[in-house]
Design a protein around this ligand. Structure first.
Ligand code: CO8
Length: 300
């Protein structure tokens, strides 16, 4: 059921089997190189693991806007799997290497005019990415350094903690309704688990993209900091979370997230069918094409 090279969730070590590792070394002063670092940069995502602290930095680097296409999603899942299986890694900070955009969400061109086989493969990759990230045993911190609509917002929502650059030009939210499409139930569940039912319902129905200060007020992001302080803050938050014993934190995380994860695992094939049926409707294809045209026009 998984893309090639990706371990199904059921095969992962349970949280309580992962050895507790010693607490991270003290935060290094800014400006000093982090050592020793293991890097496994690939096409669209750069990953650097600082083995002394147990913290990996994952940077999205897929211009122009880090849209989540099949290749990106596959790389993302494989990178998460590698880190998850590396005993030296206890936490990951996710950010963007591009200015102004964290991630523009799912690549809309992957949902336009493609074959059923392609839709199936694409949607399975979206599911896989979420199952791995939301179900990760590692501490996950999103350092949101730019706009983060739809699937980009899902990535941030799936982390344990979200810090956003306090620039009001950057916005975040599940804006699917604005595209004439509907966020799947597990996008919604993830959102509800972060902000609560009422805020999620209003925001989803309106397809709202919330400027950073509003997102903070709603609890969609946990903290706002000046952009230049973002990484420093993310490292400090990570150190705070890693100060706890892994097993207790991991079991607590599993307890909080398991029901939502299990729901997708149990309905995965049905969810893929729904996606294909919905996406291949001519009316939906038209909405997506018009949205892409609007994006291009806005530019010119
Ligand atoms: N997919 C594909 N291409 C995109 C996307 C995207 N999501 N976003 C932007 N692009 C393209 C633009 O069309 C443009 O292309 P070109 O250079 O050829 O004209 C290029 O990327 C650069 O875009 P901008 O000029 O707009 O860049 P800006 O820096 O000005 O703005 C933004 C960046 C804010 C990210 C802006 O591009 C934007 O708002 N993009 C749209 C984001 C969006 O609405 N994403 C929703 C995707 S849907 C999703 O994630 C969940 C779907 C759930 C499925 C539900 C079941 C059907």
């Amino acid at each position: 059921l998984c893309p090639p090279g990706v371990l199904p969730l059921c095969c992962r070590l349970p949280a309580w089997d992962r050895a507790s590792r010693p607490p991270p070394s003290l935060l290094q002063p800014p400006g000093l190189p982090l050592a020793p670092c293991r890097s496994f940069s690939n096409n669209k995502i750069q990953v650097e693991l600082d083995e002394s602290s147990g913290v990996a930095m994952m940077k999205f680097k897929s211009p122009p806007v880090n849209s989540l296409n099949l290749e990106f999603l596959t790389e993302f899942s494989i990178s998460l799997e590698k880190l998850e299986n590396n005993r030296a890694c206890r936490g990951v900070i996710i950010t963007s290497a591009l200015p102004k955009v964290f991630s523009s969400g799912l690549d809309i061109t992957e949902m336009c005019g493609k074959s059923m086989e392609h839709y199936t493969e694409f949607w399975r990759a979206v599911q896989e990415m979420w199952l791995r990230l939301y179900g990760s045993n590692m501490v996950t911190v999103a350092a949101v350094n730019g706009s983060s609509p739809a699937g980009g917002c899902l990535v941030a929502l799936s982390c344990d903690y979200r810090i956003m650059a306090e620039n009001p030009k950057f916005s975040i939210g599940l804006n699917e309704a604005q595209l004439g499409i509907v966020a799947p139930f597990w996008f919604k569940d993830t959102f509800v688990n972060v902000v609560g039912h009422r805020i999620a319902e209003r925001s989803l129905q309106l397809g709202s993209l919330h400027p950073a200060p509003e997102a903070h007020k709603l609890g969609l992001v946990d903290e706002l900091v000046p952009e230049e302080k973002l990484m420093e803050k993310a490292a400090a938050v990570m150190a705070q979370w890693l100060a706890l014993p892994d097993h207790a934190r991991q079991l607590t995380k599993t307890m909080m997230r398991k029901a939502v994860l299990d729901r997708l695992v149990a309905h995965r094939e049905e969810d893929i069918k729904n996606f294909i049926t919905f996406t291949s409707k001519e009316s939906i294809q038209k909405s997506l094409r018009m949205y892409m045209e609007r994006l291009k026009k806005r530019k010119s």
